[in-house]
Ligand binder design. Structure first.
Ligand code: NAD
Length: 408
C-alpha cells in the first residue's frame, strides 16, 4: 500500500527543488511541527471501559493557525493523519487562506457505537487534546464519519474546560450553534467551481457530459446533485457497499432516498448493479472520486475512460497513476484544489465566529466562487509555466507561499 505521507513529502521536495529552496528548509516544510497520540478511556453502555487511540498532527503554521478535520475510522493510523495534515497545509496555501495544516483521527468504527458512546468518545478526545487546540492555535472540523453534531459536542466540551463559550475553536458546527450557512455543500460547490473553470478553458459542454462518482456521502452526493442540476448526466454511483449504473442517467434525489431507506445505493431498482471496481471504467466524461484514499493506482488507472478526474476525496489517485494521467493528457483536478471549498467555508465560519457575524448563503457562495476561480486559474498558470500536472503546480504554488511566510 502506498505511504501517502511519504508521497506528500516527495512532492514538497520536488516543489522546493523547482523553487530553489535549500535542503535544510525543505526538511522543515516536510515534517509536522507537533504530533500527539492519546488514549481515550470511554465508559461503554455495558459499563465496561474501552480504550480508544486518537491522533492530532499539526503540520505547519507559518501562514496561520493549524486547520483540519477529525476522522473516525477503524483504519486511521499515524501516517494517514500525517499525510492528511500535510495536505491541509498545502491546500490552505493553494487557495490563499491565512491558515496552516493539521488533522486528527480516532481509530474507531463509529457504526458500532451507540449515540451516547459516540458523545463520550468525542468529549473524551477533546479533554485529551484541548491544550494543543484553540481558535488561534489549531481549529478542528469534521472529516469522514464526523459531522456537525459531533463538532457541537466538542465545542461544548472545550468551552467547559476553558470556562467560556468558544465558538471559533471548531468549524463545521450546526448552524444554530455558530456554524456557517453553506458549509454542508461547500466541498462539492468548490469542486463544481473548479469544473466550471476546467470546462470553460477546455471548451467542454457540461450539459452534454456524463459523470461517474465514487462515494455518495456528504461530498459525493452534493456534487452529484449540483452537477445533475445543471444538466450533467450522472451514470454511475458507488458507496462502501456497492455500485449502480444506468446509461440513461440516475435521478440523484431518488437514489439518495433509496440509500436512506436501505443504507446503500446497491440494488436500486432503476439501475443495474455493477462491481465497485467497474465504476472506474464506466464510459463517462467526468470521474469524481469522493470516498477514501488510493482508489486509482498503477494497476487500474488504464481502465479509466474519463477525460477529467475530480478528486473530492483526499488522496484517491496515487502518484504513479497521476503521472500516467498527465502523460496521457487526462486532467486530474487534485484534492488540494478540488476539495478546498470545504476548508474555505470553514475559514468563513471561523471569521464569522470571531467577528460575531452571520453571513447569508449568497455571500458565502459568492466569496467561495471568487476564491476557487482565482485559485484554479493560478494553478493552471503555474502548471503551464513549469509544464507539470495541476497537482505538482499546486504544490509549487503552495510551498512558495508557505516558505515566503516563514519568519524564523
Ligand atoms: P462521508 O462519510 O459523508 O462519505 C463517504 C462516502 O464514501 C460514503 O458514501 C461511503 O459509503 C463511501 N465509501 C467508503 N468506502 C468506499 C469504497 N471503498 N467505495 C465506494 N464508496 C465508498 O464523507 P465525506 O465528508 O463525503 O468525505 C469523503 C471524502 O472527501 C474524504 O476523503 C474526505 O477526506 C474528503 N473531503 C471531505 C470534505 C467535506 O467537507 N465533507 C472536505 C474535504 C475533503
Amino acid at each position: 500500500m502506498t505511504n501517502l505521507f511519504i508521497e506528500a513529502q516527495e512532492k514538497i521536495s520536488f516543489a522546493c527543488e523547482k523553487l530553489g529552496i535549500p535542503k535544510d528548509a525543505s526538511e522543515v516544510l516536510k515534517h509536522p511541527m507537533r504530533e500527539v497520540q492519546v488514549k481515550i478511556p470511554v465508559k461503554m453502555d455495558s459499563g465496561e471501559v474501552k480504550l480508544f487511540t486518537g491522533y492530532r498532527v499539526q503540520h505547519n503554521n507559518f501562514r496561520g493557525p493549524h486547520k483540519g478535520g477529525i476522522r473516525y475510522h477503524q483504519q486511521v493510523n499515524f501516517d494517514e493523519v500525517r499525510a492528511l495534515a500535510t495536505w491541509m497545509s498545502i491546500k490552505c496555501a493553494v487557495v490563499g487562506l491565512p491558515l496552516g495544516g493539521g488533522k486528527g483521527g480516532i481509530v474507531v468504527n463509529p457504526k458500532e457505537l451507540s449515540e451516547l458512546e459516540l458523545e463520550r468518545l468525542s468529549r473524551g478526545f477533546i479533554r485529551k487534546i484541548y491544550d494543543v487546540i484553540g481558535p488561534d492555535k489549531d481549529v478542528p472540523a469534521p472529516d469522514v464519519n464526523t459531522n456537525s453534531k459531533i463538532m457541537d459536542w466538542m465545542v461544548d466540551e472545550y468551552s467547559a474546560l476553558v470556562g467560556r463559550k468558544e465558538l471559533a475553536v471548531i468549524t463545521g458546527k450546526s448552524v444554530g450553534n455558530g456554524g456557517s450557512l453553506g458549509r454542508d455543500t461547500a466541498t462539492a460547490r468548490g469542486a463544481q467551481f473548479c469544473l466550471h473553470q476546467y470546462s470553460s478553458l477546455k471548451g467542454m459542454d457540461l450539459t452534454q457530459s456524463s459523470l461517474a462518482i465514487e462515494g455518495f456521502g456528504n461530498a459525493g452526493y452534493n456534487f452529484a446533485k449540483l452537477l445533475s442540476g445543471e444538466g450533467v448526466k450522472v451514470v454511475a454511483v458507488s458507496d462502501s457497499r456497492g455500485a449502480v449504473f444506468n446509461a440513461e442517467g440516475l435521478d440523484v434525489e431518488d437514489l439518495m432516498k433509496w440509500k436512506q431507506q436501505t443504507k446503500s445505493v446497491k440494488d436500486y431498482p432503476k439501475a443495474q448493479n455493477i462491481a465497485m471496481s467497474e465504476l472506474y471504467s464506466t464510459d463517462c466524461d467526468i470521474l469524481a472520486l469522493a470516498a477514501l484514499e488510493n482508489s486509482i493506482h498503477a494497476e487500474n488507472y488504464g481502465n479509466v475512460k474519463a477525460k477529467v478526474i475530480v478528486e473530492l476525496a483526499n488522496g484517491p489517485v496515487t502518484a504513479d497513476a497521476d503521472n500516467a494521467f498527465f502523460n496521457k493528457g487526462v486532467t486530474v483536478i487534485p484534492d488540494i484544489l478540488a476539495n478546498a471549498g470545504g476548508v474555505t467555508v470553514s475559514y468563513f465560519e471561523w471569521l464569522q465566529n470571531k467577528d460575531n457575524e452571520y453571513w447569508s448563503k449568497e455571500k458565502v457562495d459568492e466569496e467561495l466562487s471568487k476564491v476557487m476561480k482565482e485559485s484554479y486559474n493560478k494553478v493552471v498558470e503555474v502548471s503551464e509555466q513549469h509544464n507539470v500536472s495541476l497537482r505538482l503546480a499546486a504544490y509549487i504554488l503552495a510551498v512558495k507561499r508557505i516558505y515566503d511566510a516563514w519568519k524564523d
